[in-house]
Design a protein around this ligand. Structure first.
Ligand SMILES: [Zn+2]
Length: 249
């Protein structure tokens, strides 16, 4: 984790010596310009779930992977919110936030997903039981609108691997759990591209949160000490995001 210089060198080499290769041996003309992720990395395995990275293929793939939208009833949502033990914020600012995030929810077929803002010092967003998205006031203070969209896209991406991730968690399979986090990062980057945001903004907010030592906080729920093992390093995440910011037409 704490090898920024080494990492930067490896990163530069990886992105300057692999011209002409492509992740999935696709022979489209754009592939000559692409960087490539080393095979057998968690990032490469995460992307293998998505297959062809062209926008058209990715759209189709996400459609295939998407679970039927789960609409929790009001009592379930209320129970979840009360269990957080944090004050609920409402009003015009929250309404505006919902409007700001609506393109992300709509993109993933989750336009009706309940969303709550809770007052908390830790900058966090998380998806609970596929039922409700929770965002803290502190996150609203530190993230731009595009950055919030990226974070919420990551949270919604968890739905695509919901069952498998639960199995990995049960089995304490930390490697697979890191793969799922990278998968969600990939979906976040793709979502931002699709809705017209700058996808690198997602990298920026991850970095900012890491600098304030709270990067685990943006992961889906269950923030525990074990997050250090179940979540990839910031370096791995940034590398994947940069790779995906290339065009894949
Ligand atoms: Zn996550």
């Amino acid at each position: 984790m704490r090898q920024p210089i080494t990492f930067a060198i490896v990163f530069i080499i990886a992105f300057t010596t692999t011209l002409g290769q492509s992740l999935n041996n696709d022979t489209s003309k754009a592939s000559n310009k692409r960087g490539v992720l080393p095979e057998d990395t968690e990032a490469a395995k995460a992307l293998a779930r998505l297959g062809d990275l062209s926008p058209t293929a990715l759209r189709e793939r996400l459609q295939q992977m998407r679970l039927p939208a789960y609409q929790a009833d009001a009592i379930v949502v209320k129970t979840i919110i009360e269990a957080q033990g944090l004050p609920v914020i409402s009003g015009k600012q929250v309404d505006q936030l919902k409007a700001v995030l609506q393109p992300v929810l709509a993109y993933h077929g989750r336009g009706q997903m309940p969303m709550y803002v809770l007052r908390a010092e830790q900058p966090k967003a998380y998806l609970v039981n596929r039922a409700v998205i929770i965002i803290t006031t502190r996150l609203l203070e530190v993230a731009s609108e595009a950055e919030l969209r990226g974070i919420v896209a990551h949270e919604l991406a968890h739905e695509y691997v919901w069952v498998e991730r639960a199995e990995a968690k049960l089995a304490n399979d930390e490697k697979r759990m890191r793969e799922f986090e990278l998968f969600c990062d990939a979906v976040a980057v793709f979502t931002l591209k699709e809705i017209g945001d700058d996808p690198i903004s997602y990298s920026r907010i991850l970095e900012r949160l890491a600098q304030s030592n709270t990067v685990a906080g943006i992961m889906a729920g269950n923030t525990t000490r074990r997050d250090a093992y179940t979540h990839p390093s910031l370096g791995a995440r940034k590398k994947l995001i940069k790779f995906l910011c290339q065009p894949f037409e």
